[in-house]
Design a protein around this ligand. Structure first.
Ligand SMILES: Cc1cc2nc3c(=O)[nH]c(=O)nc-3n(C[C@H](O)[C@H](O)[C@H](O)COP(=O)(O)OP(=O)(O)OC[C@H]3O[C@@H](n4cnc5c(N)ncnc54)[C@H](O)[C@@H]3O)c2cc1C
Ligand SMILES: *[C@@H]1O[C@H](CO)[C@@H](O)[C@H](O)[C@H]1NC(C)=O
Ligand SMILES: *[C@@H]1O[C@H](CO)[C@@H](O)[C@H](O)[C@H]1NC(C)=O
Ligand SMILES: *[C@@H]1O[C@H](CO)[C@@H](O)[C@H](O)[C@H]1NC(C)=O
Ligand SMILES: *[C@@H]1O[C@H](CO)[C@@H](O)[C@H](O)[C@H]1NC(C)=O
Ligand SMILES: *[C@@H]1O[C@H](CO)[C@@H](O)[C@H](O)[C@H]1NC(C)=O
Length: 549
């Protein structure tokens, strides 16, 4: 009824987008708790009796089920979103097959209960397992995580609930093919579902682009609760879920990906340098060198202020880890390129190791051993901590003076555990068109700059203090970041950029963050949204609003 009203209006009209959006809003159960209780009960009955499915009863958990809490926490990476002030799911559904997902959407929509999908649980703002207010269903895809590789075509179907570690393991160990690889995250516990749908960057970025660039098909459950593939979902929706964040559009059950090839032996290196070892000059030079290197060579920088304890005396310094992956040959070749192009680094033979690509995925993940690939299968969060992340794109190299100012800010902030990660662009990223898929950040960027903050205190006051400092850092970085818009990476989600209020979303308001994440693709994404989910059922704090006019 509402949808029909909005369709009719949109055929006519120049009415403001706001009014259309207002009319087409998904009818949430109103705030009264009796209504909420009724809608929960009705959802449960619908779900248990869903005719096209079976065994739904085994797939659903309520807050009274003993394992509810264990499941809720199982992959929650950011503990501040499990604090008492966040809204916990009214139900957790752990689907055993796609029909359970269809039942969730069909019944959720019919009874005014929204769904949040969780694959790996790494959302930096906890959006896959917490909400700011509304009651919701957590759909945890942990049991949909198979990876089936078709060696004859070099493709694989990967279920969204798999982690990249599980994918890497399947590619490297199960197939025993040392030259097959896939460009995805540098961190094994990240989920395929969130990562691929928001882009996906890692050490193969300069050679092959993002994960999203290698998706060739997908199986999704849409806002009608129907299953569809690339052929039936429409090319526009298939475009949107490759970088536009699937959470605004549908639930991805699995992706079909095209594998890439790497040499059987790759070379990796890592050096670390502090202020007394010329870190400022090295980082300044890196900005000019790394984005221009041959695309076989990826060199990134991680840096943070640390307290070096020497003889019981604390000496605070800036330390940087400069590390890279070389697909073009042995250590000898890599070192000679580094000596020629990046002599300031003074990399030597002891800094370089030759190994398989699979081992390199362990090398770049902190706390993993290159000799133990089965660690890739461990899905558990590596730390119990809270985090805050922000990101920028840098188009113009920051001067040494600029870096000195940044170091000063970091050195002064003794209470803040913050790291900067500089991921080089260039290579393949310069060649792919901004609108080839929805992930837009391409030519013209030197690097992505991410600010990662972690804390272990559980008090809300501590969280407020850390969040406040991160906002200060972000303001401080303004002159160095891209402008109009100040671009950001969706997968480094940051609710400080703005949020949808209540159940409502206006296109104008959402543009504030939508243009940062999606640049000129934002409008197209909002149009896809209007076609596939006019009721705005797939809503979250930063979901894309439907644009009808
Ligand atoms: C420790 C850590 C390391 C990281 N390293 C990298 C990195 O190397 N490279 C990089 O690019 N990013 C990295 N990220 C960011 C990461 O890409 C994003 O957080 C990503 O969204 C995580 O996906 P997920 O499935 O684990 O998260 P989830 O929290 O499960 O989901 C993230 C978002 O996607 C939605 N979603 C998840 N699955 C589906 C689905 N099947 N269908 C529809 N919507 C879905 C969720 O609802 C949520 O909005 C890292 C994050 C962390 C915490
Ligand atoms: C019923 O459950 C089985 C086993 O989980 C599954 O293979 C089958 O697809 C399900 N049936 C439907 C209609 O989804
Ligand atoms: C290994 O995988 C790569 C990348 O998909 C492919 O080109 C190659 O043919 C595969 N080798 C074998 C022996 O299957
Ligand atoms: C989706 O499913 C509904 C029934 O649930 C059906 O009426 C409709 O035709 C389907 N739509 C598409 C596009 O397949
Ligand atoms: C402290 O750090 C400075 C600069 O990095 C260095 O020159 C000095 O030797 C260090 N002092 C100690 C005691 O380690
Ligand atoms: C995190 O906490 C849980 C208990 O809530 C515990 O089982 C787990 O071992 C902890 N993980 C780490 C890495 O400390």
């Amino acid at each position: 009824m509402r949808r029909m009203a909005s369709r009719i209006l949109s055929n006519f009209t120049n009415l403001s987008v706001f009014i259309l959006v207002f009319l087409s809003e998904f009818a949430l159960a109103s705030a009264s708790s009796t209504n909420t209780k009724k809608s929960h009960e009705a959802f449960l009955q619908c779900f248990l009796g869903y005719t096209n499915s079976n065994s739904t009863a085994q797939a659903i958990y309520t807050p009274n089920t003993p394992s509810y809490d264990t499941i809720l926490r199982s992959s929650a990476q950011n503990l501040r979103y499990l604090s008492p002030s966040t809204t916990k799911p009214a139900f957790i559904v752990v689907p055993a097959n796609p029909s359970h997902v269809q039942a969730t959407v069909t019944c959720g929509k019919a009874h005014g209960l929204r769904v949040r999908t969780r694959s790996g649980g790494h959302d930096h703002e906890g959006q896959s397992y917490a909400s700011a207010g509304d009651s919701f269903i957590l759909l945890d895809l942990v049991n949909l995580r198979s990876v089936s590789i078709d060696a004859s075509t070099g493709t694989a179907w990967v279920e969204a609930g798999a982690t990249v570690g599980e994918l890497y393991y399947a590619i490297g160990i199960v197939t025993k093919n040392k030259t097959a690889a896939f460009p995805a995250a540098a961190y094994p516990t990240v989920g395929v579902g969130g990562l691929f749908s928001g882009g996906g960057i890692g050490t193969l970025l300069r050679k092959y682009g993002t994960s999203a660039d290698h998706i060739v098909d997908a199986l999704v459950v849409d806002a009608h609760g129907n299953l569809s593939t690339r052929e039936t979902m429409g090319e526009d929706l298939f475009w949107a879920i490759r970088g536009g964040g699937a959470a605004s559009f549908c639930i991805v059950i699995s992706y079909k990906i095209s594998l890439v090839s790497v040499p059987p032996t790759v070379s990796v290196f890592r050096v670390d340098r502090d202020l007394s070892q010329g870190v400022t000059k090295i980082v300044e030079r890196w900005q000019h060198v790394a984005p221009k290197l041959d695309d076989d060579l990826f060199v990134r920088v991680l840096t943070m202020a640390i307290d070096d304890g020497v003889g019981g005396k604390v000496n605070r310094t800036i330390r940087a880890w400069i590390e890279g992956l070389f697909l073009g040959g042995r250590c000898e070749d890599l070192l000679s390129i580094l000596e020629e192009r990046f002599p300031e680094l003074r990399a030597g033979a002891k800094d370089c190791t030759e190994m398989s690509w699979l081992q390199s995925t362990l090398f770049f993940a902190q706390g993993y051993s290159v000799d133990n690939p089965s660690q890739l299968l461990d899905r558990r969060p590596q730390r119990n901590s809270s985090t805050k992340v922000k990101s920028d794109f840098v188009k113009k190299a920051i001067t040494e003076k600029g870096w000195e100012r940044i170091w000063k800010l970091l050195l002064e902030a003794r209470d803040q555990r913050v790291g900067l990660i500089l991921e080089p662009w260039g290579g393949r990223m310069d060649e792919i068109a901004e609108d080839a898929v929805a992930f837009p950040h391409r030519k013209g960027n030197l690097y992505n700059l991410a600010y990662f903050m972690r804390w272990f205190e559980t008090e809300e006051a501590a969280a407020r203090m850390h969040l406040k400092w991160m906002r200060k850092l972000y303001r401080f970085m303004t002159p160095y970041a891209s402008k109009n818009p100040r671009a950001a990476y969706l997968n480094y989600k940051d609710l400080d950029l703005g949020r949808n209020d209540g159940g409502r979303t206006s296109y104008a308001k959402a543009s504030a963050w939508g243009r940062k994440y999606f640049l000129n693709n934002f409008e197209g994404l909002a149009r896809v949204k209007a076609r596939v989910d006019p009721d705005n059922y797939f809503w979250n704090e930063q979901s894309i609003p439907p644009l009808f006019a």
